[in-house]
Design a protein around this ligand. Sequence first.
Ligand code: PHE
Length: 343
Amino acid sequence: MEQKIAEMRAAATAEISSSADLKALDAVRVKFLGKKGALTSLLRGMNQVSAEERPKIGKIVNEARAEIESLIAAKNSELKAAALQDKLASEKIDVTLPGRKIHRGRLHPLTLTLNRIKEIFIQMGYSVETGPEVETDYFNFEALNLPKDHPARDTQDSFYITEEILLRTQTSPVQARTMQKHTGNAPIRMIAPGRVYRRDDFDASHAPMFHQVEALVIDRGITFGDLIGTLDFFCKQFFGEKANIRLRPSFFPFVEPGLECDVSCPICHGHGGGCKVCHDSGWLEILGAGVVHPKVLEMSGYDSSVVSGFAFGLGVERVCMIKYAIDDLRLFFENDLRFLNQF
Ligand code: PHE
């Protein structure tokens, strides 16, 4: 009997010390100390032990139980400590690592360009007006001296919705709207930024939707010289002090005389050498302009013998492409972050 107890004690000691985790240790506890465990079955053999021997054997059994219990308790706390260490190691946080960057959105290059244009004109006292993108034939054409049969209508391929309603092909209708809002009162000094629509291809230099900024100034004594001075000032502010303008005669039914305005290439300053922006021409067209046609003034309630004015319509994509040397218009509308992140 003593022998068996010693063997069990040795076996339990070995199994406890080799238990790899808490689960294995608990299995060892059940195996030796459980109701159907080794110790219980040893105790069952006590009836074969003589009465004199019983107290001695009983004592040995109790010592063995106490020993096994304390070994299990010790192993238990050892395994728990190890488990905690593992957990701490695996969940370790390195507080010295650099934080994860939060990507901030930024303004689209066209928005930046529009903001800059607005800034330049607001400092000169211009107001910012808006008009509808779905416009009437009257404001888009007729009030701008383009009656229904006017051949110049063909130069702007329009998206018509009904016979009288279309997507505006230019921001010029805001000229007529603003004049009528002011009911014949001068001065007017306004810009009107916005989207316009034309039935154009979608390629590197055309899009069926693009942006313009219209400008209109009406007052007593406004001259062609005021227009030129304003265009020159705008270009120097927007492209830099070295910018020059070049004017070419042109025709728009709502102005007389009409002109197209080019800016000197801000990339090569006219020195060529294979310039990708101006193709060595040194000049880039940016807007149409002119002195407001007397008929346009009269139609919207102004006395053309008292006041005069000038107007122009600027291509926003164009000036943005020139300023940043962007060679494909489609980049503005594709929302490729590699492009947008550069602004
Ligand atoms: N609306 C004209 C265009 O879109 C530009 C322009 C505006 C010309 C004002 C003269 C005066 O082409």
